[in-house]
Write a new protein. Structure first.
Length: 449
């Protein structure tokens, strides 16, 4: 389908949010979505509707209207007609509900935020643009109360935005302009929060009924559009964005290791992770000395990640790992890298371990590799994840792959050492793979939006 502005079917129109558009309101924006333009202002009034008086609870009210020249045919003002038309009535209720859904009205205190949405040019999607812009204006007004210490806690729980999607000529499309809207068979509006939750879904198959799979397709379009809108809202009010949604951690991850084998493995294991992965060399920090004086793998991993996070301001992950051998009381453990001395080579460490194990029979040579992954975020938040893999210490070195103790570790379930095994298999079953898998789950919960 040909769309104006050469838009793809899943593409929103260019959006621009201009803050501080008018001078007297407590919050004020001009939102432009393609040719649709809406002035949204928010004004604080120190009183509430009668039904809330003396409850300590606040209220948010919205009004929506179009100026006479907003449409191709001059539209008579409501004030001249003497009544608000049904459509405006319905829309302003929707705007009010949408914004109230993300604000804790108890914490707002006994006051009303008036959100006024005046459409100055209408080219489809005026109600959704009013919600998206109206929220920004309301957030500014509420944030002002918070900054002036008139309220103790910021009562904004989430960002909220709205977008339309519909089916035109049998094709699901996002963000309909007027022309598309007037020939749509199905017309929907999605109001969503930054957490991807729905606040309101409006949909009608006015021209023809729609199927479940079409509904799902429209839903996905709505989700995509709202995600993009919330990014644009956030860019318009970054300070409020940080206060409500937490800091934006960015899309870069630095792997804080001086070990090129680990770097390679971590890079391979995380290759389908939706982040840009950098090495210490990439950020000109290779060769940095970090003192690993923690008492656990986790502690050491965090020491490494913290050091690099402080220097770069980016998300950093580090691995602290080692070999835990049962017959010698768990040694070398956290001292694996310096088992044979401070600057020992992998080979010197292996020789020392073979020597310590020389009289131990096969069944008592059980051991495990341990990897602790430490993650440190730019705001100092951190977490760890641990993975292990069980095996036995061989009597002699076998295989050319890997590094460290790989060629003397016979991995359970395979009659091979990590030195013999295909690196792709190692990266599926290793301690590092297991730790990174857990790290990812935690990362998605805590970091990814
Ligand atoms: O998959 C592995 N295969 C074989 N050996 C391994 C493995 N994973 C850890 N290891 C051994 C190597 C080193 O002797 C010690 C890690 O010491 P550890 O301090 O964590 O690493 P490191 O100093 O080489 O690099 P960095 O601290 O910069 O990440 O355990
Ligand atoms: Mg180290």
């Amino acid at each position: 389908m040909e769309r104006s502005l050469n838009r793809a079917n899943d593409e929103i129109r260019p959006v621009k949010i201009t803050t501080g558009y008018t001078k007297y309101a407590d919050g004020s924006v001009l939102i432009e979505m393609g040719e649709t333009k809406v002035i949204c202002t928010a004004t604080i009034e120190e009183k509430v509707p009668p039904f809330l008086r003396n409850t300590g609870t606040g209220w948010i009210n919205a009004e929506y209207s179009m100026i006479p020249s907003a449409t191709q045919q001059r539209k008579v003002r409501d004030s001249v007609k003497g009544k608000i038309d049904g459509r405006s009535q319905e829309i302003q209720r929707l705007i009010g509900r949408a914004i109230r859904s993300v604000v804790d009205l108890d914490k707002l205190g006994e006051r009303t935020i008036w959100v006024d949405c005046d459409v100055i040019q209408a080219d489809g999607g005026t109600r959704t643009a009013s919600i998206t812009g109206g929220f920004v204006a309301a957030a500014q007004a509420i944030y002002k109360l918070y900054e002036n210490r008139e309220i103790k806690h910021l009562p904004i729980r989430n960002f909220v935005s709205a977008i339309s999607a519909g089916i035109v000529d049998g094709t699901p499309i996002l963000d309909l302009c007027y022309e598309e809207d007037s020939s749509a068979q199905v017309d929907m509006n999605f109001v969503m929060t930054d957490r991807g939750e729905f606040v309101e879904v409006q949909g009608t198959g006015e021209e023809s009924p729609f199927t479940k799979s079409e509904l799902v397709k429209l839903l996905e379009l709505g989700e995509k559009g709202n995600k993009e809108l919330i990014k644009i809202q956030r860019a318009a009010i970054p300070e409020i964005g940080d206060a409500v949604m937490g800091m934006d951690y960015g899309k870069d991850i630095i792997i804080a290791t001086g070990n090129k084998h680990k770097l390679q493995e971590i890079g391979d294991i995380l290759k389908d992770f939706d982040y840009n992965i950098y090495s210490l060399k990439d950020v000109n920090l290779d060769g940095i000395e970090i003192i690993e004086d923690g008492k656990t793998f986790e502690h050491n991993a965090l020491i490494k990640a913290r050091t690099i996070a402080k220097l770069t301001g980016k998300i950093c992950i580090a691995d602290d790992s080692g070999l835990v051998v049962d017959a010698i009381g768990g040694k070398p453990g956290i001292y694996s890298a310096r088992y044979a001395g401070e600057n020992a080579t992998d080979e010197e460490n292996r020789i020392k371990l073979f020597d310590a194990m020389k009289d131990i029979p096969m069944e008592e040579r059980t051991a495990r590799f341990v990897s602790a992954i430490g993650v440190v975020l730019p705001d100092g938040k951190e977490f760890t994840a641990r993975g292990t893999v069980e095996g036995k210490i061989a009597f002699e070195e076998k295989g050319e792959n890997g590094f460290g103790y790989d060629n003397m570790f016979i991995v359970d379930g395979y009659d091979m050492t990590f030195g013999e095994i295909d690196p792709e298999i190692k990266n599926r079953i290793s301690h590092r793979a297991n730790a990174l898998k857990k790290m990812r789950e935690e990362f998605i919960k805590r970091v990814v939006r």
